[in-house]
Design a protein around this ligand. Structure first.
Ligand code: BG6
Length: 488
């Protein structure tokens, strides 16, 4: 097996999907706290789930007790983190990716002084990880910006939000420097186009004058800038730290070898790379600048911005990988959803109940392409499958489908490493059941650990080890060698 001895095996969660305690310890409302569970909506129609309006936000603010905002309760990680970390340690985790809820530190986003109670929570969390020999990998922004910045400034479209984020990230570096050496700036920075509110607090109704696309790219520029500044500060404040970008790796194949299909696919893939290109190389690709020009999009570049981007390049490239897509110019080609995308169905792949196409070889392809393009260490910081699990009467959960998914992906990962790809680590999404980012369900379960709760928040919230828990433990214990035994 090719996994290096210091390979960081572990898992990844996000504050807004796990912590709960949405109004505890001085925390302000975040954009995630108004995300609604829509039981009647088709789970394959992601746009309905991630859509937002001013009216919906107002309604949410007036419904503190409604069960339809599952991210407010998460899995109560805020109060149960010690128990959960003990379970991660039992599996042998070397790394846990978490995020910091910005509105726990700056409730409205633009205060000048941080909320000490929020700081204490994360210090305690990092200390607990330290006691269990688990290295934290921390995302500064994972779909949970303060709601107040969204409603007052239309989110990241306003350059002032960039200053707020820089203050937030500087406080994080200063106060957590003794605990955290591995950082990420923006989760799935490319997702701003797919769900502008979740990613950047952009409220579509407030974009009528400029247009939604203009607002998205304007906000994105501010995120690129904020990321570049954060990278520099991180290096200055925490010697030996490493900070990466985070991309949704949406590898797309042409449906046929017809040149038109190949071309449309090439453009899709280049568009997916664009975000990491800026963060790795510190400048906008010429073809994107041309695209902006042709579409009347103005990047709000100020004097000095280009220099800032150039000097804030990331140390490594991290990404999420769940599925691949296919593309075609044929408008009648059958389509299927993926991770907040819609693509053409690939006849060679099976899909999950949510329509996401399962493609382990696609992970090897993605690793190879990313490493060849950027020549930077890679980190898989999300990968997994959402399934419905059954808690049996004897409190066991048999999930061979999950084991199968991970086994096949790990085998491809190993082959990519063997080909020469430099891979720092692997964090499964999510090692414990949490609230789905897109559909707000907990019944879309990803974990090795089952959480006894339903979509309406009923349940004991007790944790149970699934069969996959023991399987992953063995993989980590043997640094992947157990996969070889399974092949025999
Ligand atoms: C990634 C996000 O896109 O996909 C996570 O970074 C999310 O926050 C994960 O949970 C899986 O998506 P979902 O919608 O099934 O939770």
């Amino acid at each position: 097996m090719a996994f290096p001895e210091d390979f960081l095996w572990g898992g990844a969660i996000a504050a807004n999907q796990s912590e709960g305690a949405w109004n505890v310890g001085g925390k302000g409302l975040s954009v995630a706290d108004v995300a609604t569970y829509k039981p009647d909506a088709d789970v394959k129609d992601y746009k309905t789930h991630v859509g937002i309006s001013l009216e919906a936000i107002e309604k949410a603010e007036q419904e503190p007790d409604s069960p339809y905002y599952p991210k407010r309760r998460g899995i109560d990680f805020y109060h149960r983190y010690k128990e959960d970390i003990a379970l991660f340690a039992e599996m042998g985790f070397k790394v846990l990716r978490v995020s910091i809820a910005w509105s726990r530190i700056f409730p409205n986003g633009d205060e000048t002084e941080p909320n000490e109670e929020g700081i204490r929570f994360y210090q305690n969390l990092f200390e607990e990880l330290g006691k269990n020999n688990i290295e934290p990998l921390v995302t500064l922004s994972h779909y949970e910006m303060p709601l107040s910045l969204a409603t007052r400034f239309n989110g990241w479209t306003d350059r002032r939000v960039m200053d707020c984020f820089v203050r937030f990230s500087t406080v994080c570096f200063e106060r957590f420097k003794n605990y955290v050496k591995l950082w990420l700036t923006f989760n799935e920075v490319d997702s701003i186009i797919r769900h502008p509110f979740t990613t950047a607090g952009i409220i579509p109704e407030l974009c009528e004058e400029k247009g939604l696309l203009q607002c998205c790219y304007q906000a994105l520029h501010h995120q690129f800038m904020a990321s570049a500044i954060a990278v520099k500060r991180c290096h200055e404040i925490i010697p030996g730290s490493r900070i990466g970008c985070m991309l949704t790796k949406l590898t797309t194949y042409p449906r046929t070898c017809m040149p038109e299909d190949v071309l449309v696919t090439l453009k899709k893939n280049l568009d997916n790379y664009f975000y990491a290109d800026v963060m790795v190389w510190g400048e906008y690709p010429a073809m994107m600048l041309k695209y902006f020009e042709k579409n009347g999009i103005e990047i709000p570049m100020q004097s000095g911005d280009e220099e800032v981007l150039k000097h804030g390049c990331v140390d490594f490239v991290s990404f999420s990988y769940y599925m691949t897509m296919t593309e075609s110019v044929d408008e009648n080609a059958e389509r299927t959803p993926g991770n907040t995308v819609l693509g053409v169905k690939n006849p060679y792949l099976e899909s999950s109940e949510w329509g996401w196409q399962i493609d382990p070889v696609g992970l090897r392809i993605s690793l190879t392409e990313l490493y060849d393009r950027y020549r930077k260490p890679l980190f898989i910081v999300e990968n997994g499958i959402g399934n419905r699990d059954v808690l049996e009467a004897d409190k066991k959960i048999h999930d061979p489908y999950r084991i199968e998914y991970f086994r096949k992906h790990f085998m491809e990962m190993e082959k990519a490493i063997d080909d020469g790809v430099e891979l720092m680590g692997y964090a499964s999404w999510a090692p414990i059941d949490i609230i789905s980012a897109s559909t707000n369900q907990i019944s879309k379960r990803y974990g090795f650990i089952y959480v006894d709760a339903d979509d309406m928040g009923n349940g004991s919230y007790d944790r149970y080890r699934k069969d996959s828990f023991y399987w992953y433990k063995k993989v980590i214990e043997t640094n992947g060698r157990s996969l070889e035994d399974e092949k025999m």
